[in-house]
Design a protein around this ligand. Structure first.
Ligand SMILES: Cc1cc2nc3c(=O)[nH]c(=O)nc-3n(C[C@H](O)[C@H](O)[C@H](O)COP(=O)(O)O)c2cc1C
Length: 215
């Protein structure tokens, strides 16, 4: 049994955390523990059609950010990894400084001190030097800093494809293997890729982007 702690903070991109929960729901041998910060709850309501309660219903265990005595606040609780998706700069700062005044921050601090994988989908743009220094500090103390930056090598057709690629890569980094990959992994330039989509005349996102920049 692998216990995975998922934190959703108030940066834009709460859909990444929601998709993680959807993917892990019912996955064999996985137990999810969820904390959504108060800003994260606000952002869920602002940028998705989910309510925070609906998001919480996707997790096996839900903890409130004020419950500093919850199981996941102790290193003796055997969690496998933690993913913060998305991770605001405020939460990044709290983790970097061990300023554990809410359960998400405490659980992340515990993950680091126990030398377990901590994956941070740190999100802000552009970043000032203070943000960049925070991310360096996080990398130095053992976190994996993984800004949710889209990839295009897998020829995404939809925004869901872009989200799934990021979610699958975060799970890779957390050491969690899915029964079926959520995206087409890179296998080198030779294998035919998405031949059926192109034959059917559907357009990938890079084509659409190119059309926009051609006068
Ligand atoms: C719609 C929305 C989008 C936001 N996007 C970001 C973001 O991308 N990065 C960030 O650091 N903060 C962002 N914020 C601000 C954070 O929500 C705010 O700093 C909050 O205090 C973070 O608290 P938390 O880290 O405890 O969740 C956003 C706020 C809102 C309402």
């Amino acid at each position: 049994m692998k216990r995975v702690v998922i934190g959703i903070s108030g940066a834009t991109g709460v859909i990444y955390g929601i998709r993680l929960l959807e993917v892990l729901r019912g996955a064999a041998g996985i137990e999810t523990h969820l904390i959504i910060t108060s800003a994260g709850r606000r952002t869920v309501a602002l940028e998705t059609d989910y309510t925070p309660v609906e998001v919480e219903s996707l997790a096996d265990h839900v903890h409130t950010q004020g419950d500093i005595a919850a199981s996941i606040s102790s290193g003796s609780f055997r969690a496998h990894a933690m993913i913060v998706a998305p991770c605001s700069m405020k939460t990044a700062a709290g983790i970097a400084m061990s300023y554990s005044d809410n359960l998400l921050l405490r659980a992340a601090d515990v993950t680091l001190k126990e030398r377990r994988p901590l994956i941070l989908l740190a999100r802000e743009t552009p970043m000032h030097l203070g943000h960049l220094r925070l991310l360096v500090q996080l990398a130095e103390i053992g976190a994996v800093v993984m800004p949710p930056t889209p990839a295009f090598y897998h020829r995404p057709q939809t925004i869901d494809d872009i989200i799934d690629q990021t979610v699958n890569r975060a799970l890779d980094l957390a050491g969690i293997e899915l029964e079926h990959d959520l995206f087409d992994r890179w296998r080198g330039p030779d294998p035919p890729r998405h031949a059926s989509a192109h034959a059917a005349g559907t357009r990938d996102l890079s084509t659409i982007c190119n059309e926009r920049i051609v006068p």
